[in-house]
Design a protein around this ligand. Structure first.
Ligand code: SF4
Length: 227
């Protein structure tokens, strides 16, 4: 597998935010979201066997716990990734998979918690989510919309209602996009969409979604990698 980094930190997003988590970040992505803060994953990385990845996860978190598989787009390496996820599940880890839903998700083991990032219009990657993937979701999974404008918000609101997302998954997350060159201040001034404005829109429309902030950007310098 081509791996950019493996590290332990606190989970920054989703309903698991705040929990200790080992992150396995795979190299490569087939999308180019305008606000992407993971461009360093597009190339490079190092080749590791599944056994080496497994050993590193065990070293960082020997007694189980949360492991997030992320990228880049991890499902581009599905052939090696699926057996690794099964191995982690069998050993008692809770496995999260962060994916855009552009690749088919039907071969993801059902016990893996999928966090699917449906791209909104102003990401520059609209319409990349495959609707068939909605049928692979279960009550533990989560859907996320990263928003940078009112148009994004309206897309997420309408998509949530149209596809009855709140009834399909554990959580629907609306999260303001962060400026990708953000550095220094650990506050919401780097958000491309003001969280207060987003909160007001969500309340006005009574959207069945929860507002999410990227916790790690408020704990560490937003430019820091590996946290
Ligand atoms: S899918 Fe994720 S890693 Fe790929 S470009 Fe978009 S934000 Fe970046």
């Amino acid at each position: 597998m081509q791996i950019t980094e493996i590290y332990k930190s606190l989970q920054g997003e989703s309903t698991h935010a705040g929990l200790p988590c080992v992150f396995v970040r795979l190299t490569g992505c087939n999308l180019r979201c305008l606000w992407c803060d993971s461009e360093y994953t597009f190339q490079g990385g190092r080749k590791m066997s599944s056994e080496q990845v497994w050993d590193e996860v065990k070293r960082l978190s020997p007694t189980g716990g949360l492991v997030e598989i992320t990228g880049g787009e991890p499902m581009l390496q599905e052939r090696e990734l699926v057996p690794l996820m099964l191995q982690l599940l069998e050993a008692g880890y809770r496995v999260l998979l962060e994916t855009s839903g552009e690749r088919p998700l039907e071969r993801v083991p059902p016990a893996v918690i999928k966090i699917v990032d449906v791209k909104c219009p102003d990401s520059g990657e609209a319409n990349t989510f495959h609707l068939e993937n909605l049928d692979t979701l279960n009550g533990d999974d989560e859907l996320k919309f990263v928003l940078s404008s009112r148009a994004d918000y309206e897309f997420a609101r309408d998509f949530t209602r149209q596809h009855h997302l709140a009834e399909r998954v554990n959580a629907v997350l609306f999260s303001p996009a962060f400026r990708k060159d953000a550095t220094g201040a650990r506050d919401s001034s780097h958000c491309l969409l003001d969280p207060q404005e987003l909160a007001e829109w969500m309340l006005a429309d009574d959207v069945p979604a929860r507002l999410g902030l990227q916790l790690h950007k408020f704990i560490w310098d937003p430019a820091l990698k590996g946290v």
